[in-house]
Design a protein around this ligand. Sequence first.
Ligand SMILES: *Cc1c(COP(=O)(O)O)cnc(C)c1O
Length: 401
Amino acid sequence: MKQPPRGRNFFFGPGPTNIPDSVLAAIAHATIDFNDADFLALYESCVAGLKRMLGTTQHIFLYTASGHGAWEATFANLCAPGDRILMVESGYFSDSWAKMARRFGLVAETLAADWRCGADFDALRRMLAADTGKKFHALCIVHNETSTGVRLPLEEARRLLDETGHAALLFADTISSFGSMECQMDGWGIDALVGGSQKGLMLPTGMSFTAVSEKAMAVHAAAGLPRYYFDWTEMLTRRQKSFCGTLPVALFFGLKEALRLIEEEGLDAVFARHRRLGEGVRRAVRHWSGNAGPELFCTDPARASDSVTAILMPDGHDAEAIRHTALRRFNVALGTGLGPLRGKVFRIGHLGDLNEPMVLGALGAVEMSLAINGVPHSPGGIDAAMAWFADGIDPPVPGAA
Ligand SMILES: *Cc1c(COP(=O)(O)O)cnc(C)c1O
């Protein structure tokens, strides 16, 4: 029987994520007309903030939809039936995005990969170089594969396209990376960057977007897939130059506050915090793995994600049992294994509104759940994380000489 939960629920899914109290308070706002001048001013300041965060001065189209909607909008506005795209395999999300492409009549080729480390970029270079007819219309990459905790070197993709003289558009899913890890739209030459509200932006689910380069906008005019709800040309005729139908007004009150929090902390400090928290989780898992225990799913430390860690159970032990115990006994919500990883992997999301004691709480609940379920592990992962978090210099006391 589930015990009535007491204390705060510790939410450690990799999306949606924790919503800061001040963002929750900001969302609790009476409805206003989205054609009202006050709303337009709020809207414009939010779009400007998002663009600063993404490092872009180009276009952005927003939708009342979750991230899947932005995936769909990107294909619908930039592709024609029969276009060939190259999907760089990373895991469940790259597979799903390729599946969507095929449903739209695109020819999706895949650069196959071991999910534990993601695609080999030397193989990507060879594949682009071998495409001498330059038939790939777009190269699609999931920057941070949320199902596996593997981050791909998105910044390399532009270099490979340029070096091989390939004109393919670069589509990037940055849904679980932007706002948690470095991600530069213009600096990295991304043509269509897909993001959503409920991960690093710390908002409820319900809004997503595509940031679009000038080069891609030129392609848009001739892209022949049918579209209506997501049609950018229609959107450009609206005052907000985005959205079809009703705007999620409440989310903009939240977005303004979320952007304020991020800019107050500083984007680089936000990235450094994610790196520090992610490394603490990884140190705990590496410690547990000592006694034939659970291990990091990501086998390439250079590609370890700073927003989510997937943890692979020892053979014969069910990851869902750990999730179940953590939630029922300790009110800690962990992420499930997706697709073929169900039961084999659980995930700790460490993105958004988090600090060290919150992460230690989750790690403590996981370690207790391993013990309760008789899963072999080397006890003391939480100490390894504490040692890492306690290392370093205290911030200066304000006003002290
Ligand atoms: C969450 C996520 C998605 C899907 O977004 P929804 O908002 O759930 O539709 C797609 N790609 C990645 C990498 C994600 O993390």
